[in-house]
Write a protein of this length. Structure first.
Length: 224
């Protein structure tokens, strides 16, 4: 009797490789703990944290043979998986009363950013806009999943309201300064961290190397 040889992944990425791609919505945290890449698919394991139950482990499979964004199910929730960037994405659907960042850019209470199409195409590269969803003359991003980071990089001044604030945490022997980061933060450190984690394809397609990053960032800061 012959047993079928177990298929081995081309690439195995464990928790220490992929946990940095964690996404935090207003209700839950989604922390990847393993990606197994095969010829035709990526097998995904994610820990989902919430108050009740505290931790659930979900598995999903994303085909690598079709579109870039592949529908997956984590538990009973519908998500998308970005095959190129190996990142979780959530379809942006504006809800509630939006607040204008500027007249052409609206931020909604459910963490969706909406931008007028004409404005977006006049100010941003096609590579940055490729992470958005188009609907009714607008571009939309669900920004906690990191998809809006290229737009922030290209116009940091627009996103100054989301710059990190320094928070003080009192300790018995000293006071520690802690930076609270927003996913629309335009600071050098935030963008330098988030772009390679959530939108590495953007860096590749734009040909941005580590040696270029600071210069390009400073050029973008000067944009009005």
């Amino acid at each position: 009797m012959f047993f079928k040889k177990k298929e081995k992944p081309i690439l195995k990425e464990n928790m220490f490789d992929v946990c940095v791609k964690a996404i935090y919505t207003q209700e839950k945290g989604y922390i990847p703990i393993e990606f197994l890449t095969y010829e035709d698919r990526i097998e995904i394991t994610v820990n989902v944290t919430a108050e009740e139950p505290r931790l659930t482990t979900c598995k999903a499979v994303a085909s690598t043979k079709g579109e870039r964004l592949v529908p997956i199910t984590l538990g009973d929730e519908e998500w998308l998986f970005d095959i190129k960037d190996k990142a979780l994405r959530l379809k942006p659907v504006p809800e509630g009363e939006g607040i204008p960042l500027i007249p052409q850019v609206i931020i909604y209470p459910n963490d969706v950013m909406q931008m007028e199409k004409e404005f977006a195409e006049a100010h941003y590269s096609k590579e940055a806009l490729s992470y958005a969803t188009e609907a009714d003359g607008f571009y939309l991003w669900y920004y906690p999943d990191g998809s809006a980071t290229p737009v922030v990089f290209e116009t940091p001044v627009l996103f100054v309201p989301f710059k990190e604030e320094q928070l003080k945490e009192e300790h018995i022997d000293n006071t520690e300064i802690i930076a609270s980061r927003h996913m629309l933060s335009p600071t050098f450190l935030s963008l330098h961290s988030n772009l390679p984690i959530f939108t590495c394809t953007y860096l590749e397609e734009k040909g941005i190397e580590e040696s270029d990053f600071e210069r390009l960032y400073m050029e973008n800061v000067k944009k009005k």
